[in-house]
Design a protein around this ligand. Structure first.
Ligand code: ALA
Length: 400
C-alpha cells in the first residue's frame, strides 16, 4: 500500500495518529526519496562538473540526467531548458532580476493577479522600487476565479510580462492558463507561470501550454527542500543576463573580461544542491509510477468527499468555490478564529495550515484575516477527512 512508503504517517501527534492535511505547504517524503539521498551521500557523493575522477563523473551524470527526467515529467520539448534553482521563489526572482531589471524601463508593466502568493508579488514589487515598473492586477471574482474580461483590458504597449499562478495556494482554483497564455502571446507578451501548487496535483504539459517560464519546487512534489526548477524557453533564457556570479557559471575569467557558460549553467552559480537534485529525481520516478492522472483523479474524489461534509457544518464559509480546483480547500467558520481552530485540530493530531497563506491581497479581497486551509497529498484517504470533520465539530463545541 502506498501509504506505507511514508513512515511519518505511522507517527502520532499529541497521542493521536497523525493526519497530515498540509501538503500545499510541503509534502511528506516517501522512503524512496529519503533512501536515494541517503545512498548518494553514503556511497556516491562528490561535487559535480569538477573532478575527472569516477565519483564526480557519476554524480555529474546523475545530476545532468535529471534535467531530462524533469522535461519528460512536464512534457517540455526542445524549445525549453531546465535551470535548477532553490525553489519557485528563487526562480521568480531570477526572472525578475535577469530579465526585468536588466531589460525593462520605468513605466514598463507586469500583469499579476489578485490570487498570487507573495513570492509572485514581491519580486515584481522590488522591480517597482528598483526601476519604476508598474504592477497591474487581474481581479478575482466572488467564487475565486480570475475575471478574464478584465485581464484582456490590462494589456498596453508597455506590458512586458504576465506572471500568474497555475493554481491558487489558497483557493485551489485552477486558472485557465492555456487561454491566458494565448491571449498574452497575441499581444506579444511572454508569460511566467508559478506552478508550485499545480505540479503536485495535476498533469502539466508545458509544450501544450506554450508558456515561456514555468516554475515549481521539489518539496511540494514529495522531493527535498531547497531545490526547484525554472523551465524556460531557450530563446528567452539565452538573452538573459546571469542572476548570480560565481563558479560553474563562467567560460573564462580575467579581471578585464568574463565570458559566461552556456545554458543552463549560466544561471547556476556555485556548487549546486546536488543531493536535492538526486532526491527530486527519485521523487519524480516515484510519482511516475503512480501516474499524475491517477493523482489528479484521487484528489478530485477526495474533494468530492470533503466539500459537502464541510459545507454541512453550520457557520462554515468556503473561500474559493470554482468547479476547477486542485486538492486545496480554504474556509472560515463564523465567530471563530482560524488559528484557534488550527490549534484544536492539532490537539487531535490533524495538521492543517491556518493563516494568510502568504497571500495577503487575497485575504483582503475576501475580507478575512486568515483561513483554515486543508490540502491533499497522494497519501490522504477518506478516513483523514472523517477525522477532520469530527475535529471541526469538536472545535465548534470548544470555541463557540
Ligand atoms: N507556499 C506554501 C503554502 O502556501 C508554503 O503553504
Amino acid at each position: 500500500m502506498m501509504r506505507d512508503d511514508f513512515p511519518i504517517l505511522k507517527t502520532t501527534m499529541h497521542g493521536k495518529p497523525l493526519v497530515f492535511l498540509d501538503s500545499a505547504a510541503s509534502a511528506q517524503k516517501p522512503k524512496q526519496v529519503v533512501d536515494a539521498i541517503s545512498n548518494f551521500y553514503t556511497t556516491r557523493y562528490a561535487n559535480v562538473h569538477r573532478g575527472i575522477y569516477e565519483l564526480s563523473a557519476t554524480a555529474t551524470k546523475i545530476y545532468e540526467e535529471t534535467r531530462d527526467v524533469i522535461k519528460q515529467f512536464i512534457k517540455a520539448d526542445h524549445h525549453y531548458d531546465i535551470v535548477f534553482v532553490n525553489g519557485t521563489t528563487e526562480g521568480i526572482n531570477l526572472v525578475a532580476q535577469s530579465l526585468g531589471r536588466m531589460e525593462w524601463l520605468a513605466g514598463d508593466e507586469v500583469i499579476l493577479s489578485e490570487m498570487e502568493h507573495h513570492s509572485n508579488i514581491v519580486p515584481w514589487y522590488l522591480l517597482k522600487e528598483q526601476i519604476g515598473i508598474k504592477l497591474k492586477v487581474i481581479p478575482v471574482d466572488d467564487d475565486g476565479a480570475l475575471q478574464l474580461n478584465d485581464y484582456e483590458k490590462l494589456f498596453s504597449s508597455r506590458t512586458k510580462l504576465v506572471a500568474i499562478t497555475h493554481a491558487s495556494n489558497v483557493l485551489g482554483t485552477i486558472n485557465p492558463i492555456k487561454e491566458m497564455i494565448a491571449i498574452a502571446h497575441r499581444h506579444h507578451v511572454p508569460v511566467l507561470i508559478d506552478g508550485a501548487q499545480a505540479i503536485p496535483h495535476m498533469p502539466v504539459n508545458i509544450a501544450d501550454l506554450n508558456c515561456d517560464f514555468y516554475l515549481f519546487s521539489a518539496h511540494k512534489l514529495y522531493g527535498p527542500t531547497g531545490i526547484g526548477v525554472l523551465c524556460g524557453k531557450k530563446e528567452l533564457l539565452k538573452n538573459m543576463s546571469p542572476y548570480q556570479g560565481g563558479g560553474d557559471m563562467i567560460e573564462t575569467v580575467s579581471f578585464e573580461k568574463i565570458t559566461y557558460a552556456h545554458l543552463p549553467h549560466r544561471f547556476e552559480a556555485g556548487t549546486p544542491h546536488i543531493a536535492g537534485v538526486i532526491g527530486m529525481k527519485a521523487a519524480l520516478q516515484y510519482i511516475n509510477q503512480i501516474g499524475m492522472d491517477n493523482v489528479f483523479q484521487h484528489e478530485q474524489e477526495l474533494l468530492a468527499y470533503t466539500l459537502p461534509k464541510l459545507k454541512a457544518i453550520p457557520g462554515v464559509r468556503l473561500i474559493g468555490n470554482t468547479s476547477q480546483k486542485v486538492g486545496v480547500i480554504s474556509f472560515v467558520i463564523e465567530n471563530m478564529h482560524a488559528h484557534d481552530i488550527g490549534t484544536v485540530l492539532d490537539s487531535e493530531g490533524i495538521a492543517v495550515r491556518a493563516g494568510h497563506h502568504c497571500a495577503m491581497p487575497l485575504m483582503q479581497r475576501f475580507n478575512v484575516p486568515a483561513t483554515i486551509r486543508v490540502s491533499f497529498g497522494i497519501y490522504n484517504h477518506e478516513q483523514d477527512i472523517d477525522r477532520l470533520i469530527a475535529a471541526l465539530h469538536l472545535a465548534k463545541r470548544i470555541l463557540s
